[in-house]
Design a protein around this ligand. Structure first.
Ligand code: PLP
Length: 397
């Protein structure tokens, strides 16, 4: 668990060159983005597949354009996200809105063809008033979730997403009142790696599908685990797709319904296509029983995940000049915010406890790259805290 992590797609010279333009800077790899999109599109099912990019992971317009160009649709979690995608050139009919908040411009979005999934009975009722007689999706909270902790789980008692599965009768009552056709069923439970885990999600989903006779498509959501650290394991989408395809076939044989499958990966598509390049701005320690700190010119202003839930990101030191030695030191890495929670080296799943990492010896002025920074970093940060400006974001080929 303590292996020294390596740069994932940049060379040391590229890091030095990019850093000349100022740090911190997010660097995204176009070829890595394209590769993960192709992997997602290879999810094999029998009756049609739509892969929607969950753009909350990273709404950079160039990333959205690239994925749209490769044939991915968009999963938007707010009306604002839908607007960003439309502005980036995405065909509105390829966007499905599935969010906690009803957008003020919902009528306009529907007019241009954005699809809507109701995530609460209230949303369904309001949609009914706007779009009587039209088609609509519903998101069900399946009663169980998956994920490392409650902050990453999107199904079950502690999750406010979707309509609780015991209220399906109320969905039908509202649908009847407004003559709505429920043509799409959505369940998203959280994050999982194993094909058994995904098979269970799909089984639960199909169990609900039989209660929605007009549904022609179903979405399993996102949550395909992606490894960042060298000791972690990524979800294998092809392997996961096999039992799901079988299940959909059985469903067809039993009901005569060919269900189009949707998946909405976010992190799977972008995580390892992004690196945050920072500069070491200070080095200090807290005595012989304490910690050896490196302070960098980034932190929770770019990556809040370690502070939020003890997420692990590979950290790689790149010397400002040629490497003089391969000496390794244990460091706790702190961000530049005036906040004790702004640390990147914490125990997995426990942001309260520091866990120093073995890194190559660093000096002030060297660079520290935070790998696996493509998803939920630039889009989910405390940008503006201590009035630090937003980091640059660049895409390289
Ligand atoms: C409805 C929905 N779809 C897709 C995603 C994307 O998840 P991930 O980035 O884990 O693939 C989420 C994440 O919370 C979600 O809630």
């Amino acid at each position: 668990m303590q292996d020294i992590e390596k740069l994932q797609f940049l060379s040391e010279d590229q890091v030095r060159q990019i850093a000349q333009g100022g740090t911190p800077v997010f660097v995204y790899s176009r070829s890595r983005l394209a590769k993960s999109a192709r992997q997602a599109l290879a999810f094999k099912v029998l009756y049609g597949l739509t892969v929607r990019y969950a753009m909350k992971a990273n709404p950079h317009p160039e990333i959205i354009k690239l994925f749209a160009g490769l044939g991915l649709g968009i999963d938007a979690s707010s009306g604002f996200e839908a607007d960003v995608a439309i502005k980036a050139g995405v065909n509105p009919q390829k966007i499905q809105l599935t969010g906690q908040e009803l957008p003020a411009n919902l009528a306009d979005l529907l007019k241009v063809g954005v699809g809507f999934t109701a995530c609460s009975l209230h949303q369904l009722e309001e949609y009914g008033k706007l779009a009587r007689g039209k088609e609509v999706g519903v998101r069900i909270n399946p009663g169980a979730g998956a994920g490392m902790n409650n902050r990453l789980t999107t199904g079950g008692l502690a999750a406010s997403f979707g309509i609780w599965y015991e209220y399906i009768n109320q969905i039908h009552t509202i649908a009847k009142k407004y003559k709505l056709i429920i043509n799409h069923l959505h369940t998203h439970a959280g994050t999982d790696t194993s094909s058994e885990g995904w098979l269970n999600v799909a089984k639960r989903n199909l169990g609900f599908l039989s209660q929605f006779p007009d549904a022609v498509s179903t979405s399993l959501g996102g949550g395909f685990k992606i490894a960042r650290m060298s000791y972690e394991k990524s979800a294998d989408l092809q392997e996961i797709s096999i039992p799901i395809a079988k299940l959909l076939k059985e469903f067809y044989e039993q009901t005569g319904r060919k269900i189009h499958l949707e998946i909405e990966p976010g992190k799977f598509l972008v995580t390892n296509a992004g690196t945050l390049v920072t500069r070491v701005i200070d080095s200090k320690d807290t005595g012989k029983n304490g910690y050896n700190f490196l302070v960098i010119d980034g932190g929770m202003t770019e990556i809040i995940r370690p502070a939020m839930f003890g997420a692990q990101h590979p950290l790689v030191v790149v010397p400002r000049n040629e490497r003089k030695s391969n000496e390794v030191t244990e460091y706790a890495v702190a961000g530049h915010c005036c906040e004790s929670s702004d640390v990147l080296t914490v125990v997995p799943g426990d942001p309260e406890t520091l866990q120093p990492r073995k890194l190559e010896r660093a000096e002030i002025g060297d660079y520290l790259c935070v790998e696996g920074a493509g998803a939920y970093c630039a889009s989910w940060s405390t940008v503006g805290y201590n009035s630090f400006p937003a980091a640059r974001e660049i895409i390289i080929d």
